[in-house]
Design a protein around this ligand. Structure first.
Ligand SMILES: Cc1ncc(COP(=O)(O)O)c(C=O)c1O
Length: 480
């Protein structure tokens, strides 16, 4: 005879198996279950924890227990820390072609990793913009030639960083975006022909930046759950193969993985020991689904070699164009490059963001957005598992917007992209996420769309196309 909590776990498990509770659904609250089943709160909690251990449900902070989608784990990378040759990057033309094809607004948009307007605090921002313009019109009429940072915005950045460490206000350089921050850092610490270590797979704009600056990329093997292999990075650093490291440790795009704290510590110590700069893209740090906001590598940086780049493009306003870098020992070089490349970032929009960050609005926005994103990702992953062939795998992102899907080996994501566009669905083909043309049988999908019959139909269309291509004899090739 099983315990009461086991009986409850089995009963709820049966309801999940019969899809009375579908993936992404919230289970009744602990209090409700305790009352209805005449059980103590601790028995219900034990049952839910057992279901969590069985992989049936997941606890979401302040939201309750949710039915998990059926995960199909990504293949795990080879443990041996092997290194490829550094290579010049050549994705620019292909990227432009894909972006052009994706641009039609009639398509179901699963290509970009931008938040959708409906998720953003637009009403609040409209009010804040009006209030700041009324309060200080000189922010619109004057521009500082020397001072890129608006002091109140910089103060908010220091305050937000208190959770993980101490930021020296002098190391802050406010930029027009996270992308601009990364570009300035690369230019400050490396020159054409130098090699930059990156994750594999990584966000295509990072590859595009490396390409545009005439630098080479060294792809570091990256685990879909724990991020880049620190052993492989150590090999590269020991062999003096790289002049800088550029990573997305919190919710990598496209994998969604978070580097474990121990790896972050080891990485910070390594770049300190070798005196090699680490450019850390933390743009998704505030949008992770973990109970606590994960720390950046910068939190462990004792040498000043870590340059943390971020922005408010993902959670507040992509249109405001405000980002920043905590540039450590390279702050002066970065500040000078910022001034000569684009002058100061709009003080008006820095003041607007400073206002937004002052009260509780940002915290509320993050809570709302994290919850919506993790639910949408669960829903989308479940639909992909149902519609795509059995061999496909789906990442389990711990933050951000996107899922990374592997297709049967013979399916070419670029050819699939052409066919999907013709049927009204946009996504990003895997080839764009590697310097060496890997991932031709992968694709990245944005899960930011609210679930709707249109999105559901788009996933079904993609699934059908993948089935068709996977069943086709011979290898599928794109027309280009
Ligand atoms: C990893 C990563 N970094 C940076 C950005 C762009 O941020 P921003 O608009 O601030 O340049 C994106 C957007 O997709 C991203 O995915």
């Amino acid at each position: 005879m099983s315990n009461l909590y086991e009986q409850l776990a089995n009963e709820l498990g049966g309801l999940i198996a019969n899809r009375v509770f579908a993936p992404g659904d919230r289970l009744p609250s602990i209090r409700h279950l305790a009352q209805q089943k005449r059980l103590s709160v601790s028995t219900v909690l034990q049952a839910l924890r057992l279901m969590e251990d069985r992989g049936l449900v997941e606890a979401r902070p302040q939201a309750g227990y949710y039915v998990r989608h059926r995960p199909r784990m990504m293949a795990v990378m080879n443990d041996a820390p092997q290194l490829q040759e550094p290579a010049f990057v050549g994705i620019q033309n292909l990227l432009m072609r894909v972006l052009k094809a994706n641009e039609d607004t009639a398509l179901v948009q699963m290509g970009s990793s931008w938040p959708l307007g409906e998720m953003l605090p637009m009403k609040r921002m409209q009010k804040t913009v009006a209030a700041v313009a009324r309060r200080d019109a000189t922010l619109l009429s004057a521009v500082s030639c020397y001072e890129t940072n608006y002091p109140e915005f910089a103060r908010q950045i220091v305050r937000r960083a208190i959770d993980w460490g101490h930021v020296d206000p002098n190391e802050i350089v406010v930029t027009g975006s996270c992308t601009e921050a990364i570009s300035l850092c690369l230019r400050a610490v490396a020159k054409p022909g130098d090699t930059i270590a990156i994750e594999s797979a990584t966000y295509f704009v990072l590859l595009q930046l490396i390409e545009s600056l005439g630098m080479k990329a060294l792809e570091i093997p990256t685990h879909p759950k724990t991020g880049p292999s620190i052993d492989a990075l150590e090999l590269a650093l020991n062999a003096s193969l790289v002049q800088a490291v550029l990573l997305i440790p919190n919710a990598n795009n496209p994998l969604g993985c978070i580097m474990p704290e121990a790896n972050k510590q080891r990485l910070a110590a390594l770049v300190g020991k070798h005196n090699v700069p680490l450019i850390e893209d933390d743009v998704y740090g505030d949008l992770c689904f973990t109970p606590e906001r994960p720390w950046p590598v910068k939190a462990y940086d004792a040498s000043g070699n870590v340059m943390l780049c971020s922005s408010f493009s993902k959670a507040v306003s992509p249109g405001a164009r405000v980002g920043y870098v905590l540039a450590g020992r390279y702050a002066q070089e970065v500040a000078v490059l910022k001034m000569v490349s684009s002058g100061a970032t709009s003080h008006f929009f820095q003041a607007v963001l400073a206002d937004f960050l002052t009260g509780s609005a940002y915290g509320n926005q993050l809570r709302k957005m994290r919850r919506a994103l993790s639910q949408r990702i669960a829903r989308m992953s479940d639909a992909i598992c149902a519609a795509f062939p059995q061999q496909c795998t789906v990442s389990e992102p711990q933050g951000g917007f996107v899922v990374w899907v592997s297709l049967p080996g013979q399916v070419d994501a670029l050819a699939l992209h052409e066919r999907a566009i013709a049927q009204g669905v946009a996504f990003m083909p895997g080839q764009l996420f590697s310097a060496s043309g890997k991932y031709s049988n992968y694709l990245r999908l944005n899960c930011g769309n609210a679930w709707s019959p249109r999105v559901e139909a788009a996933i079904a269309t993609l699934g059908e196309l993948v089935h068709r291509e996977a069943d086709r004899p011979g290898v599928l090739r794109s027309a280009a």
